[in-house]
Design a binder for this molecule. Structure first.
Ligand SMILES: N[C@@H](CCC(=O)N[C@@H](CS)C(=O)NCC(=O)O)C(=O)O
Length: 235
């Protein structure tokens, strides 16, 4: 059994996408990040960066004590190795997949996250910041579109953890100031993943656990989420 510490956001969706694809048994522990649940001491023991998702695997492959993990990329890699799925076994396929997984973790996710912040959440619209991240988002969409021009999925012919990491960040393309018609290969890829039954189950879970899913963030939640500093992390 996997304990999933989760709130329905792009990084959270990555893990439910994987779990729904594989049918691994899991139970959700909600981490309402708008209410400060990411600072609960029990959660910080598993996720010292006070960010979700995190998992605890009670049946690790070595048969030992439960394994806990934070960072969505590390979680996807762990689960892929545990199940032998969605990560090619050959050297080249594995390298392609990990390269794009790391690209998502180091580039696509953080940059699009800043886009969301300055375009949607910042109390003042700072034109330089909005422009900077909308343009960087556009550049990254271009990279992904080019990559998908001659292959079905990010790492090749098969759906992998690299796709699961990137997909939830492209879903809100309109809010990111992008036009998918400018990126036909990316559009085709997005639509193909959206049709997968596991994707639909993962996103249904989001609404099930948070009926306000997709609604604008409340002012109270913004106070909890933004302006954190070392004092929050050390408390
Ligand atoms: N690099 C981390 C980022 C996780 C992350 O930023 N999670 C956000 C939600 S998408 C969060 O927990 N935010 C809580 C907060 O900002 O206080 C990962 O990929 O797991």
């Amino acid at each position: 059994m996997i304990d999933l510490h989760y709130w329905p956001t792009p990084n959270g969706h990555k893990v439910t996408l994987f779990l729904e694809e594989t049918g691994l048994p899991y139970r959700i522990h909600l981490v309402d990040i708008g209410k400060g649940a990411q600072f609960e001491p029990a959660f910080l023991k598993i996720a010292p960066n006070n960010r979700m998702p995190a998992i605890v695997d009670h049946a690790p492959a070595d048969g030992g004590a439960p394994v806990s993990l934070f960072e969505s990329g590390a979680i996807l890699l762990y689960l892929a190795e545990k199940t032998g799925r969605f990560l090619p076994g050959d050297l080249r396929g594995r390298t392609e997949t990990l390269q794009w997984l790391f690209w998502q973790m180091g580039g696509l996710g953080p940059m699009l996250g800043q886009n969301h912040h300055f375009s949607q959440y910042a109390p003042e619209k700072i034109p330089y910041a909005v422009d900077r991240y909308v343009k960087e988002t556009n550049r990254l969409y271009g990279v992904l579109d080019r990559r998908l021009a001659d292959r079905e999925f990010v790492a090749g012919a098969d759906y992998t953890i690299a796709d699961m990491a990137a997909y939830p960040w492209i879903v809100p393309w309109e809010k990111q100031g992008q036009n998918l018609d400018d990126h036909p290969h990316l559009k085709r890829w997005l639509e193909a993943i959206a049709e997968r039954p596991a994707t639909q189950a993962a996103y249904a879970k989001a609404v099930e656990v948070n009926p306000s899913y997709g609604q604008p963030m409340s002012e109270d939640a913004k106070k909890v989420m933004f302006g954190q500093n070392a004092a929050n992390a050390k408390r």
